[in-house]
Write a protein that binds this ligand. Structure first.
Ligand SMILES: Cc1cc2nc3c(=O)[nH]c(=O)nc-3n(C[C@H](O)[C@H](O)[C@H](O)COP(=O)(O)OP(=O)(O)OC[C@H]3O[C@@H](n4cnc5c(N)ncnc54)[C@H](O)[C@@H]3O)c2cc1C
Length: 393
């Protein structure tokens, strides 16, 4: 038989980087927060390397700094990104993005996802107002204008004025709230590993749209790069099944000597690519944040940046309501959160999907269009400077 219902002000489902950042953002309130996570406490406290090196904009660095997470990340794990080059097939031409000349200011920083998670976990773990309920998923939920009630896999029931889903792009919480989503499995997977290599990367990232593959080389500290190879999923599965030696040989062939001799410097990881856009980002007594709301294609490296900024907007609205002794789940307030996030994220989401369509097509017209597109952009300084400035904002 179910025990008594435990009551909170806010329940966050999912202790990924966005869910944790949201819980940390509420620290200055007296709100009673529960964070429900299906992974064990031990896995959360010691997040394993998952291959992802998150390219953070300056705005994201500022948010992490405000939360106290940025300084908790070791300096050796913050790789500055001084520029980026976009290549098309075997053409020697590249579209360049650089920081402002002479300032030495990077475009952004690459930080392992596990380090971001670790820093945010420690903040939430030591907060008095937040309670972590690990090793649990949500099996049932009801929501009304007055409250949301969830049932955990261990049978416990929790109620809150506001329920926040932060449980990834294939969010079960979103489904339980009855919110639909445009979910696009792309039929491609991204293989990721760190490699140590012969040639210097000069802290410049390379995004190379080649025939039937896309390779990104992200420059890390200490002569190491993170290599991201996007292929049709069947081809990615074949490559992933190879032993390390054969895998590396094929990787070097595919990179055509761009980084010189390479050795593996980490475990390998595979991500089948899926994009999602939830039909709504709010419901009575509920809201979606992070990938549960918007799951971006990683090619433009903006999923977490958008999630971090979105959680900040929602937390700010809640803290303002709290100070004014207003309802923290006021439907108008949640509606404003939704509209602002939709407006700010839609252009990048759709532009990214168009770019992916153009650059993964082998149609001769698409090849011609991407070649022309890169040259066109190179001759429009305001386009390049605009993108660089957006990253540094
Ligand atoms: C290969 C790759 C590279 C990327 N690179 C970048 C980049 O450079 N820059 C960038 O900004 N973004 C990048 N992203 C996107 C970024 O990783 C995501 O946007 C970010 O992880 C989203 O965080 P989240 O907390 O919303 O979700 P997640 O990281 O997916 O975390 C969700 C959490 O919810 C938990 N959970 C799931 N289901 C349940 C459940 N039913 N009950 C309880 N808990 C549950 C999970 O265990 C997990 O802890 C990349 C993504 C990929 C795949």
């Amino acid at each position: 038989m179910a025990g008594p219902v435990e009551t909170f002000d806010i329940i966050v489902v999912g202790a990924g980087p966005v869910g944790l950042a949201f819980a940390a953002s509420l620290a200055r309130s007296r709100l009673k927060v529960a964070v429900v996570e299906r992974q064990s406490l031990d896995s959360l406290a010691n997040p394993a390397f998952d291959g992802r090196e998150i390219a953070l904009t300056h705005a994201s660095v500022r948010i992490l700094r405000e939360l106290g997470a940025w300084d908790a990340i070791p300096a050796s794990d913050k790789s500055p990104l001084h520029g980026a080059r976009v290549l098309n097939g075997s053409s020697p031409f590249s579209l360049s993005f650089d920081g402002p000349s002479g300032s030495g200011e990077p475009l952004g920083f690459l930080v392992p996802n596990c380090q971001i998670r670790d820093a945010l976990f420690k903040i939430v773990y030591f907060q008095d107002h937040a309670r972590l309920l690990c090793g649990n998923s949500v099996v049932n939920a009801t929501n009304s204008e007055d409250e949301a009630v969830i049932t955990l896999s261990d049978g416990r029931q929790l109620a809150a004025r506001l329920l926040v889903a932060a449980d990834s792009r294939l969010s079960a919480m979103r489904d339980l709230l009855g919110i639909g989503a445009n979910i696009h499995p792309l039929g491609h997977s991204m293989l990721i590993c760190r490699v140590r290599h012969e040639r210097f990367h000069h802290q410049i990232a390379v995004e190379w749209f080649d025939h039937h593959q896309t390779i990104a080389m992200l420059p890390l500290m200490g002569g190491v790069s993170s290599l991201l190879l996007t292929l049709r999923s069947s081809e990615a599965d074949r490559l992933f099944a190879l032993d390390d030696e054969l895998f590396l040989m094929e990787l070097m062939n595919r990179c055509r000597g761009r980084l010189g001799e390479m050795t593996l410097a980490s475990t390998r990881h595979a991500y089948p690519l899926v994009t999602t856009w939830a039909h709504k980002f709010s419901a009575p007594s509920a809201a979606l944040i992070g990938d549960a709301a918007i799951g971006m294609h990683p090619v433009t490296a903006h999923g977490f940046n958008i999630g971090l900024s979105g959680q900040k907007q929602l937390a700010h609205k809640i803290l303002t309501a709290c100070r004014a002794r207003r309802d923290i789940a006021d439907p108008d307030m949640l509606g404003r959160y939704e509209s602002r996030l939709r407006l700010s994220a839609a252009p990048l989401y759709h532009a990214t999907n168009m770019l992916v369509g153009l650059y993964s097509s082998e149609h001769p017209a698409a090849r011609l269009a991407r070649h022309a597109g890169l040259r066109f952009a190179q001759h429009l300084p305001f386009v390049r400077h605009g993108i660089s400035a957006m990253l540094r904002r």
